[in-house]
Structures are given as structure tokens and as C-alpha cells.
Write a protein that binds this ligand. Structure first.
Ligand code: HEC
Length: 132
């Protein structure tokens, strides 16, 4: 019993770093195609078109925009306040928000926790930026 669980654990210990390396190697440069696929997870709530709010505000022009400022969208008080305090969606802020919406903007009404890898965030941010 002990023996077999050690076997599995050891296998994972040794295999995991190699798997991570392989993944990192493939996605060193932001991958727009992959970003487009990943954006489908956002598309249930967001579009990239102007004046097109869904359950979430349009992400058209979001890079460089103040948080909580799309007209005719009802933000949570937390998001409006974060914007009023100077939160701007540059790449870094957006990446942090996507890694953990609730840590970046406590009280936000955005429910999303779909990312396992940093590279997924990089790719989706690059895709949004390329489609402003
Ligand atoms: C379940 C619906 C939902 C999903 C899925 C979702 N969002 Fe959101 N998003 C929202 C809502 C609602 C808000 C407004 C949050 C608030 O007011 O606190 C928001 C806000 C945002 C904002 C702030 C916009 C602004 O104008 O300040 C960004 C940026 C954002 N989302 C990006 C994304 C990205 C990128 C994805 C995909 C990885 C995503 N969201 C997935 C619902 C969603």
C-alpha cells in the first residue's frame, strides 16, 4: 500500500516539471489563436463590440480604460469605486484581475475563476488587445 502510493507520488513529482516545461515552451510568445479560444469563456458575458453590453460590460477598448466606466452598464459599487480611485485596465491590472477577480476588486460582481496557467491569461489579454 505504502509502496504504491509512493510510486504515484514520485511519478508526479518527476513528471510534473517536464510537463510544465513543455507547456511553457509551446506558449512563450502570446498565442492569439489560443487567446481567441480562451475568450470564448468570457464571451458568455462579454463582447468586444462597441456599445454591446451583455451580462458584463463590453470589453471593446478596455485596455487603457478606467475601470467601471462603460456607459449604460450597471457595475457593482466595488468596481465603480475602484475606477474612481484610479484603477486603469493596463495589461498588468487586467492580468491580476483575471487571475483572481475578487482579490483585485473585492466585491466585484464578476464571477470567474477559470484559469490554471499564467499563459492562458497572457494569451487572452493579447487577444483582447489585438481586437480593440
Ligand atoms: C459570468 C459572467 C462573466 C464572465 C464569464 C466573465 N466576466 Fe468579466 N465581468 C462580468 C461582470 C458582471 C462584470 C462587472 C463587474 C462589476 O461591476 O463588479 C465584469 C467586468 C469585467 C471587467 C472590468 C470592465 C470594466 O469596464 O471595468 C473586465 C476587464 C472583464 N470583466 C474581463 C473579463 C474577461 C477577460 C473574461 C474572460 C476571461 C471575463 N471577464 C469573464 C461578468 C463576466
Amino acid at each position: 500500500m505504502r509502496h504504491s502510493s509512493c510510486f504515484l507520488l514520485c511519478l508526479m513529482r518527476f513528471a510534473a516539471p517536464f510537463a510544465m516545461l513543455a507547456i511553457a515552451g509551446q506558449t512563450l510568445a502570446a498565442d492569439l489563436r489560443r487567446g481567441e479560444q480562451i475568450f470564448k469563456q468570457c464571451a458568455s458575458c462579454h463582447t468586444l463590440q462597441t456599445n454591446s453590453n451583455g451580462f458584463g460590460p463590453t470589453l471593446n477598448g478596455v485596455i487603457g480604460r478606467n475601470a467601471g466606466t462603460v456607459p449604460n452598464f450597471r457595475y457593482s459599487p466595488a468596481m465603480t469605486e475602484a475606477g474612481a480611485k484610479g484603477l486603469v485596465w493596463d495589461e498588468a491590472a487586467l492580468s491580476e484581475f483575471l487571475r483572481s477577480p475578487k482579490s483585485k476588486v473585492p466585491g466585484t460582481s464578476m464571477r470567474f475563476w477559470g484559469f490554471w496557467f499564467r499563459s492562458e491569461i497572457d494569451d487572452v489579454v493579447a487577444y483582447i488587445e489585438a481586437n480593440q
